[in-house]
Design a protein around this ligand. Structure first.
Ligand code: 13P
Length: 247
């Protein structure tokens, strides 16, 4: 039985004061029905870790090198020092605006695992690809590219987030059927690459306009084990409603 996994993604939002207020409002409300967490800006990681007892804290990116001349980047060791155990990798906004490739994400995932962290690896097709009926080929290629060469036992423990780019921040969520079908093919690709045990263990999230009023429908699907939530993770009340929806 896969434990549900629900993470917020604050993207480039919240100061330290706002992050502290969020944790003061939400942390005590967290249940053991799922792994609940938030991916927060680098500047607020320390505050979030210090104010958390139950809510997991994730970084939104990291570099694959341990140190060196990479201005503006952060390493896995730096995240480790802060007590950060989770990292979102390859979010579509990183791919789209910062040219991240499957190869980069693959290197980052390997380094995150080496450093004892759990990567949340993001995949998903653009609107153009969706309309051209390319979802399956694009998503299978992203999964195989991002997970290439990883150890099967490590893949069991990581998380894959399927986020169709056309459903992010648009209020246009994928139908439950589309989300389920694509999460099923993500699992099938993991099965092809690493075998059935790994495919049955790996947790797959859907992301894209998930809200308190639609999360239960997504979570009822066989291959959807959780959600990665942008807008609705920013407010204390809506995040608490999301926690309450996971029974
Ligand atoms: P929204 O929930 O705002 O559509 O964002 C989804 C997302 O990109 C989470 O990583």
């Amino acid at each position: 039985m896969r434990k549900p996994i629900i993470f917020g993604n604050w993207k480039m939002n919240k100061t330290n004061a706002e992050a502290k207020a969020f944790f003061e409002g939400v942390d005590a409300h967290v249940t053991d029905k799922a792994d609940f967490g938030v991916a927060v800006p680098f500047t607020t990681l320390g505050t979030c870790v210090d104010n958390s007892t139950k809510l997991h804290v994730a970084a939104q990116n990291m570099h694959f090198e341990a140190n060196g001349a990479y201005t503006g980047e952060i390493s896995a060791g730096m995240l480790n020092e802060l007590g950060v155990k989770w990292v979102v990798l390859g979010h579509s906004e990183r791919r789209q605006y910062f040219n991240e490739t499957d190869k980069d994400i693959n290197k980052k995932a390997a380094v995150a695992i080496e450093n004892g962290m759990i990567p949340i690896v993001c995949v998903g097709e653009t609107l153009y690809e969706f309309e051209a009926d390319k979802t399956e080929s694009v998503v299978r290629k992203q999964v195989s590219g991002c997970l290439s060469g990883l150890n099967a036992d490590d893949v069991k423990n990581l998380v894959i987030a399927y986020e169709p780019v056309w459903a992010i921040g648009t209020g246009k969520s994928a139908t439950v059927e589309i989300a389920q079908n694509t999460c099923a093919l993500v699992r099938d690709e993991v099965r092809n690459l690493f075998g059935n045990d790994v495919a049955e263990a790996v947790r797959i999230q859907y992301g894209g306009s998930v809200k308190p009023n639609n999360i239960e429908e997504y979570m009822s699907q066989a291959d959807i084990d959780g959600a990665l939530i942008g807008g609705a993770s920013l407010e204390v009340d809506s995040f608490k409603e999301i926690i309450d929806a996971i029974k």
